[in-house]
Design a protein around this ligand. Structure first.
Ligand SMILES: CC(C)(COP(=O)(O)OP(=O)(O)OC[C@H]1O[C@@H](n2cnc3c(N)ncnc32)[C@H](O)[C@@H]1OP(=O)(O)O)[C@@H](O)C(=O)NCCC(=O)NCCS
Length: 197
């Protein structure tokens, strides 16, 4: 079972980031001042894995600095993963209108860094953040045909919660939910938190 990743402290900002080490992989919390790096990673993700996301490269590639800053300011958790000093992955965590529910979004790991557990670590960090927010559910949307991502989420304890209506004409998406109030299934990557941290 993967070690539980400790929650980040976004208040510890240094040039828009705070840091946490997990073995050789480092996670950084990126704020609005990190917009250039976030833009580079996000545009790489939308170009490389166009079928995995509802957003399209054309939605974002010409957006001005202010749009990127707004995105990073309005979404409370934005993490970048570094491997050997290079940024190779990203994920976000957002609040939802539904009470007690938060959402995982924008998960991407660069092809050259895949298969090293970086996505597992990023998901674990979002789970920790969700628990710290007092959320009872962590939700996400994934393309139904994205078998590697669906399998990854299932291994981290998420369960299918039905179809989700996406953009008109876009491929079918399904919603997956992790119940943060239930004990983890055997073999799931997340350990039940031991009380309030
Ligand atoms: C899905 C993705 C995030 C996985 O990233 P990763 O860092 O390679 O994943 P990890 O190394 O943490 O692997 C986690 C598990 O998934 C498995 N896995 C990862 N990619 C896989 C693939 N392409 N095919 C099969 N299994 C895969 C790993 O073997 C590992 O299994 P384990 O937990 O039993 O050891 C990455 O492939 C990606 O960015 N894909 C494109 C974008 C995308 O689909 N994002 C999700 C949008 S909802």
């Amino acid at each position: 079972m993967r070690d539980r990743v400790h929650a980040l402290a976004p208040g510890e900002e240094a040039q828009g980031v705070s840091m946490l080490a997990m073995g050789s992989i480092t996670f950084r919390h990126v704020g609005p001042d990190g917009w250039r790096e976030w833009r580079r990673l996000r545009l790489s993700a939308l170009a490389e894995a166009a079928d995995a996301f509802e957003s399209r490269l054309s939605d974002w590639q010409d957006q001005p600095e202010g749009r990127w800053r707004d995105r990073l300011a309005s979404v409370p958790l934005n993490l970048v993963a570094d491997l050997d000093g290079s940024s190779v992955g990203m994920v976000s965590g957002a609040h939802l209108d539904a009470p007690g529910a938060v959402e995982l979004l924008s998960l991407w790991v660069a092809p050259e860094a895949r298969g090293k557990g970086i996505a597992n670590g990023l998901i674990g960090a979002v789970i920790d953040w969700a628990v710290d927010q007092g959320a009872g559910q962590l939700r996400l949307a994934v393309r139904a045909a994205n078998a590697p991502a669906v399998a990854l989420y299932r291994r981290n304890g998420f369960e299918h919660a039905g179809p989700r209506r996406g953009r008109p004409g876009s491929p079918p998406e399904c919603e997956m939910v992790l119940d943060l109030t239930a004990p983890p299934a055997p073999g799931a990557g997340w350990e039940q938190p031991q009380g309030q941290r």
